[in-house]
Design a binder for this molecule. Structure first.
Ligand SMILES: Nc1ncnc2c1ncn2[C@@H]1O[C@H](COP(=O)(O)OP(=O)(O)OP(=O)(O)O)[C@@H](O)[C@H]1O
Ligand SMILES: [Mg+2]
Length: 465
């Protein structure tokens, strides 16, 4: 990484005890650089009472009248600033009791943050908190550091988004990056829709007073008489969907062609065999049995356009998307030094009639491999890092490997996915922790004075890139 500014000796040496903040759409992680895991892993949601008092801790799961549950981020971007800042302050001051004077802050950010947002983010943090210095680190860069792979492609299958970003010498190639919305939230919607179509009713756990295990549709349970808001109820019902997704889904070995009735029936029969059956216990104690659905739902990540929802409203929520990102602004996209800059590396093609199909996971990655400079392809194809909560679905990496090897016959594909679940779920934060504790990192911090002196344009495009 380059450094165009002055290093500040105050934060020099190995004495730095930086804080790392990784705000995700699903969970926010906060902790100390150099640690193996974040101290805080908390939902990126909060509760708000009638008198506008917000809470960020376990209170989110206690049923209470007139208490709303609201999200803080969307697509890894802060949408509710007041709540976000209050949440960070709560964890910085009340829980971690950090000593601002001693601790600079590294914040992870997705590659699609625009300049205005980044400027606002940095300035708000300088104003609101007393950190001596800040650094904005791109999430894929963090993941690349966590793995010690400076040249790689980071495939992050998160909650709101799925992104595929090539990284070279630790820098993200923004113009080659793609992102779709076929991630965890999309699967939740698919599951909810499937349950609705099957006529399966379910309740949030908070509502259950007593239950006796039964096979659906038989039931023997009683409900508590609690008064809650609709947003609280929806949040709790979503938790049932999360559990379903996290325990039942499995990626089929091959693409399921759900539009070919004959093949569809054969596959349905195949995946309905006893070995594929699993029971899922709803909070009411009723168990439902699923087999081929477990595979179809997971297959949708690879072939989203083949999986229509039952309502137009939901179909509209996920319009056909090829992953193009319009990253504008004065970004100085990184090129490896030894190569003269070519006229333009293959830009992401604008969707035409034919390519207006939504790209599934493997297609997105193949597209990114073919869009990077030819000299880099071998190296990045050899270092594909698969991360994000949804990548934990069993057999996902196996299927990716098969499809990528088939569609890139000239390249040796290698996937790297951490086996430890907790490490995979917190990989971006862990990478930020590694990055901020590097001995050489002290030159990277930017103090408020330096920011003011050098100006947002240069700091944001040259230092935080
Ligand atoms: N074992 C699992 N199997 C399938 N999905 C899982 C598993 N564990 C977590 N998830 C899902 O992964 C998603 C969260 O992923 P992750 O923690 O990477 O997101 P995030 O970093 O908070 O958000 P984002 O990066 O999209 O802003 C949720 O939808 C969660 O239900
Ligand atoms: Mg994430």
């Amino acid at each position: 990484m380059s450094n165009s500014g002055n290093s500040n000796s105050v934060y020099g040496g190995d004495e730095i005890n930086a804080i790392v903040l990784d705000p995700g759409s699903f969970r926010t992680r906060i902790g100390y650089a150099g640690d193996d895991f974040p101290k805080i892993i908390t939902p990126s949601y909060y509760t708000e009472s009638v008198d506008k008092k917000r809470r960020f801790d376990d209170a989110i799961d206690y049923p209470k009248a007139n208490q709303q549950v609201k999200p803080i981020l969307k697509d890894s971007v802060i949408t509710d600033w007041d709540a976000a800042l209050e949440q960070y302050q709560y964890y910085f001051d009340d829980i971690l009791k950090i000593d601002y004077q001693e601790q600079p802050l590294l914040i992870t950010e997705p590659v699609w943050n625009d300049m205005e947002y980044r400027q606002n983010l940095v300035e708000t943090f300088y104003e609101k908190f007393d950190f001596p210095a800040l650094y904005l680190a791109k999430s894929p860069t963090c993941v690349s550091f966590q793995q010690g792979r400076p040249n790689c492609i980071v495939v992050d299958i998160g909650h709101d988004s799925v992104s595929v970003v090539p990284v070279v010498d630790g820098m993200c190639l923004l113009k080659n990056a793609v992102r779709t919305h076929y991630g965890g939230h999309y699967l939740d919607d698919q599951i909810e829709d499937m349950l609705k179509v099957k006529g399966i009713q379910y309740e949030g756990k908070y509502k259950i007073k007593s239950k006796v295990p039964m096979v659906y549709p038989d039931s023997n349970y009683t409900l508590k008489d609690v008064e809650v808001t609709q947003s609280f109820d929806e949040y709790q019902r979503r938790k049932v969907l999360h559990e379903f997704k996290e325990t039942l889904l499995q990626v089929p070995e091959k693409k399921l062609n759900v539009n070919n009735p004959q093949q569809n029936n054969a596959l349905k029969e195949f995946y309905s065999q006893d070995t594929y059956k699993r029971l899922f216990e709803l909070p009411t104690g009723q168990s439902i049995e699923l087999s081929n659905e477990r595979f179809k739902l997971a297959d949708s990540l690879f072939d989203p356009l083949n999986y229509k929802f039952s309502t137009e409203e939901l179909n509209k929520k996920y319009p056909s998307d090829n992953g193009e990102l319009s990253i504008k602004g004065p970004y100085d996209d990184y090129r490896p030094l030894k190569r003269a800059r070519k006229p333009e590396s293959t830009p992401t093609p604008a969707p035409t009639e034919d390519s207006s199909r939504a790209r599934g996971l493997s297609q997105l990655i193949t597209h990114v491999i073919s869009s990077v400079d030819i000299d880099l392809r071998t190296s990045v194809a050899h270092n594909i890092i698969v991360t994000g909560g949804v990548s934990l679905i069993p057999q996902l990496t196996e299927r990716l490997y098969t499809e990528l090897s088939n569609s890139n016959p000239g390249l040796k594909i290698r996937l790297h996915a951490i086996g430890n679940t907790n490490e995979r779920l917190n990989q971006t934060w862990i990478g930020g922790s590694v990055l901020a504790s590097l001995g050489t990192f002290h030159q990277m911090w930017v103090s408020k004075e330096e920011y003011k002196e050098v100006g947002p344009d240069r700091i944001l495009t040259q230092r935080f890139r």
